[in-house]
Ligand binder design. Structure first.
Ligand SMILES: Nc1ncnc2c1ncn2[C@@H]1O[C@H](COP(=O)(O)OP(=O)(O)O)[C@@H](O)[C@H]1O
Ligand SMILES: [Mg+2]
Length: 246
């Protein structure tokens, strides 16, 4: 993907959350966002997924040269339909089974017939070894299984790209492993993605561009290997020292 962000600002009331974010990716498969809590990572991700509008006066957000039109609800909806999003808190409907959770958007957002949607949903669930759990509700699944259902739901729509917002931060280490494996598999398959994570070892292994966001600004950006071994900025050095200490 090619991604261009130019002078993106976002405030909530008097609170400036993104402060002049500019970023360019050329022919990149992925981007990993890291940084301290409250730094603006989720807000930036939500803007990329067209779930949030930047402030008036911001520059363009463009994918492969096509700027998102934030004043045009139809084109925003079109963008949202084409991307898959996975959040920390799964966002599954608690009263529906895994299969229903994956099937519903295929019917109601993507217009597939119930039979086609069910077949597509089963295919996605089987891929992540969830077929034997497909009739369970979220409360009957482990955290790792729940997150894999959420990923299956995102993948089932055959998205052009995927957004992951701290997909493993609510999970214990074993479940974190099983979810990271799924993300790596999706990467190997060539799907474009933006991932917010605190799993620094994993971020490094993905070998993509990393951007550190703190206080609403991009403090440093570069290849993973460079950021993790030779961070230039003091903010990055302090952040990595803190997160890698334990
Ligand atoms: N909808 C909102 N309304 C008001 N403040 C918000 C909203 N969303 C995020 N914020 C604030 O914006 C800041 C950045 O939040 P966020 O993007 O979630 O950061 P991160 O994901 O890096 O932890 C925080 O101070 C948060 O409280
Ligand atoms: Mg966040």
């Amino acid at each position: 993907m090619n991604l261009t962000l130019e002078h993106i600002h976002k405030s909530f009331g008097p609170h400036k959350v993104l402060d002049d974010i500019s970023l360019t990716l050329r022919d990149a498969q992925g981007l990993v966002l890291i940084g301290p809590s409250g730094g603006g990572k989720s807000t930036l991700l939500r803007i990329l997924a067209a779930l949030e509008r930047p402030d008036l006066g911001s520059g363009p957000v463009a994918f492969d040269g096509r700027p998102l039109d934030f004043h045009h609800e139809t084109s925003l909806r079109e963008h949202r339909r084409g991307v898959g999003t996975v959040f920390q808190a799964y966002n599954l409907f608690p009263h529906f089974t895994a299969l229903e959770n994956v099937t519903l958007p295929l019917v109601h957002v993507h217009g597939h017939s119930p039979a086609t949607a069910k077949a597509m949903a089963m295919e996605a669930l089987e891929r992540f070894h969830l077929d034997q759990h497909c009739h369970k509700r979220p409360a009957e699944l482990s955290g790792g299984q729940r997150q894999r259902v959420a990923i299956a739901r995102a993948i089932a729509i055959k998205p052009s790209m995927l957004f992951f917002d701290e997909p493993t931060s609510a999970l214990d280490p074993e479940m974190t492993g099983e979810v990271l494996e799924v993300i790596e598999e999706i990467k190997e398959e060539g799907k474009d993605f933006v991932l917010v994570t605190h799993e620094m070892g994993f971020a490094r292994r993905l070998g993509v561009q990393v951007a550190l966001l703190a206080g609403g600004r991009i403090v440093e950006t570069g290849p993973a290997e460079e950021i993790f071994t030779q961070p230039r900025e003091e903010v990055t050095q302090r952040f990595l020292a803190k997160i890698l200490r334990y």
